[in-house]
Design a protein. Structure first.
Length: 325
């Protein structure tokens, strides 16, 4: 099994390896093929790839590196064999350099323009992402029936995102986890506040009503389109336990990993939050309860990530009013 540091390095630099490979292929073709016009077209690929992945600055630098490399190959062309030299000598020297200048200028302009377009696209995507999170924040305020529930979902979202990052999940998965955590209790809108905050032991009928908040939440989310639909299976399973004794009989890896992460974050925040019927536990007491629930209530891998985050001080209880739902 590869170390986490190596996996992160490979994930971050995958695109860079692709660009370097394209650049190396272009150089190899430049060495093998005699037709200069045919070869020059291959240098567009790493430039476009750099524009798409890194923006106009890196695209322009990639184009400039390509131009310099071609200039060096022309200046020291003896290394590429007599046959190639005879074919290049058939045309005047100034024609070859003029071709390279026109090609190099076009490549630089292409890299700059494509990089600018990609940066603009990424900016628009980020704006949509910010708007998306703004809608989630508005939904959170609608979900807040009083001061006791206002910050719970936001804290669970932050804790869950921290655990997901510790487990090396990708950015898309982390975004889904944050959204699902913000909406995981949306079904409680239709449940009596007195029942939610009842201090005495719930009857079977009351417990069944509480359990319905998951299905009610799914009913509210199903009409929504776009990326929010991806969070539905996560919200549906966030009360499922690792040993199959939760709201649904699903257990183990059959429960979505995102839901298993939110389950730990949800319980941790609930335990460290003041409730109408009890005071908050200390973070250390909450940690011990979660560790004790490993392999029964919680996924051991998520608990291990929780313990690591706890040791690193990344799960400190927020200074905002400590509330839970």
């Amino acid at each position: 099994m590869k170390p986490p540091a190596l996996r992160r390095f490979e994930q971050v630099n995958k695109e860079l390896w692709i660009l370097l490979s394209l650049f190396a292929i272009a150089l190899l073709l430049n060495h093998v093929l005699a037709s200069q016009q045919m070869v020059l077209g291959f240098y567009v690929l790493p430039t476009l790839g750099s524009a798409y992945l890194y923006g106009k600055r890196h695209a322009t630098l990639t184009a400039l590196a390509s131009v310099l490399m071609v200039v060096l190959l022309i200046m020291y062309g003896d290394a590429f064999g007599a046959e190639r030299q005879r074919m290049m000598a058939a045309s005047p020297w100034y024609t070859r350099w003029l071709d390279v200048m026109v090609w190099g200028g076009s490549l630089l302009i292409t890299g700059y323009l494509m990089g600018t377009l990609c940066e603009r696209k990424n900016s628009q995507v980020q704006e949509l992402r910010d708007t998306y999170h703004g809608v989630l924040m508005i939904l959170r305020h609608f979900m807040s029936k009083d001061s006791y529930t206002e910050h719970h979902s936001q804290r669970v979202s932050a804790y869950a995102a921290t655990l997901a990052a510790i487990m090396n999940l990708g950015n898309d998965a982390i975004e889904d986890i944050k959204a699902a955590a913000m909406l995981h209790d949306i079904g409680k809108l239709d449940i009596s506040r007195d029942l939610l905050y009842k201090a005495a032991k719930l009857t079977n009928e009351e417990y069944e009503e509480i359990k319905q908040h998951v299905n009610k939440g799914i009913g509210l989310l199903e009409p929504v389109g776009g990326s929010l639909r991806r969070v539905i299976p996560i919200v549906l399973a966030h009360h499922d336990k690792f040993d199959g004794t939760g709201y649904h009989p699903t257990k183990g890896d059959a429960i979505p990993l995102e839901a298993r992460i939110i389950a730990v974050a949800d319980v941790y925040d609930s335990l460290t939050s003041d409730r109408p019927y009890r005071k908050a536990m200390s973070p250390f007491e909450a940690r011990d309860i979660i560790v004790k629930g490993s392999e029964t209530e919680f996924d051991p891998k998520v608990v291990a990530a929780f313990q690591k985050a706890f040791r690193l001080g990344k799960l400190e209880v927020w200074a905002a009013p400590i509330t839970a739902a």
